[in-house]
Write a protein that binds this ligand. Structure first.
Ligand SMILES: [Zn+2]
Ligand SMILES: [Zn+2]
Length: 248
């Protein structure tokens, strides 16, 4: 087995999880910018269960609360309130703390109550990544499989997700007047999520990039899925306004 296979599998796995999070949990469920076919809905849930084990109602509730209280008291993971490094290193802790708050779930994601599939399969958060790891071990062998699973977990949980929540509200470029920032470079590895200033300007926009130098990888996936009718774009497009050209 080539020494490159493990890093390549890790990159593929992490990018799959990041883009599924962005397209399904974020753009489809949290903001209703997209509508997905029931088959795509099931596929996204399976992929996210195996690669992250996250519960969709919790993810959506925590994220909607972030939009409701952006960078002020009540924001679950603001680097302005907590400091950049605390969000970067402890993002998973702050996420879990908010996700365990039943009031947050009830108030911010009442539309995503657990269904039969959740109760039977997807709410068993630890089983998904456990099964995913077992599949990796079958594919790569036990040692390389465990290394790939661990590297993916570290990249997703302590590198990429915190970069979106931390740096995205700390430093970068701006097209619009809000407290979030864009990083055109990070957007390449975060499924477009690091175009975060653009996202806060119009959360229901399905495509996060507005300038030629900005690239939103998830948008390519959305267009491919839309071409085979698995996704329908429903949110409004994001547009640069006359005054937004002056910012940056
Ligand atoms: Zn934000
Ligand atoms: Zn959002």
């Amino acid at each position: 087995m080539s020494v490159w296979i493990v890093p390549l599998v890790v990159i593929a796995l992490t990018q799959t999880a990041v883009i599924a999070t962005s397209v399904y949990l974020h753009r489809t469920l949290a903001h209703r910018a997209l509508a997905v076919h029931p088959l795509a809905d099931l596929l996204f849930r399976i992929v996210l269960w195996l690669t992250t084990g996250q519960r969709r109602q919790e993810w959506v509730a925590v994220h909607r609360k972030h939009h409701a209280f952006t960078d002020r008291e009540g924001d679950p993971h603001s680097p302005r309130l907590l400091g950049l490094w605390r969000v970067q290193l402890l993002n998973a802790y702050y996420y879990q703390r908010e996700a365990r708050n039943r009031d947050t779930i009830r108030k911010f994601a009442p539309d995503l109550a657990e269904d039969r599939l959740d109760r039977a399969v997807f709410s068993k958060g630890i089983v998904g990544p456990g099964l995913g790891t077992a599949l990796l071990c079958l594919l790569l062998g036990i040692g390389p499989g465990l290394i790939a699973a661990l590297a993916h977990a570290v990249l997703y949980v302590v590198v990429l997700a915190p970069l979106i929540n931390g740096v995205g509200h700390w430093r970068g470029a701006q097209n619009f007047t809000n407290t979030a920032y864009n990083s055109a470079v990070l957007a390449w590895v975060t499924g477009g999520e690091s175009l975060h200033n653009n996202h806060h300007a119009e959360p229901r926009a399905p495509k996060f990039s507005v300038r030629r130098i900005e690239f939103d990888p998830s948008w390519l996936v959305i267009r491919a899925l839309a071409a085979v009718k698995l996704v329908v774009v429903v949110g409004p497009p994001l547009r640069l306004s006359a005054d937004s050209r002056a910012i940056r």
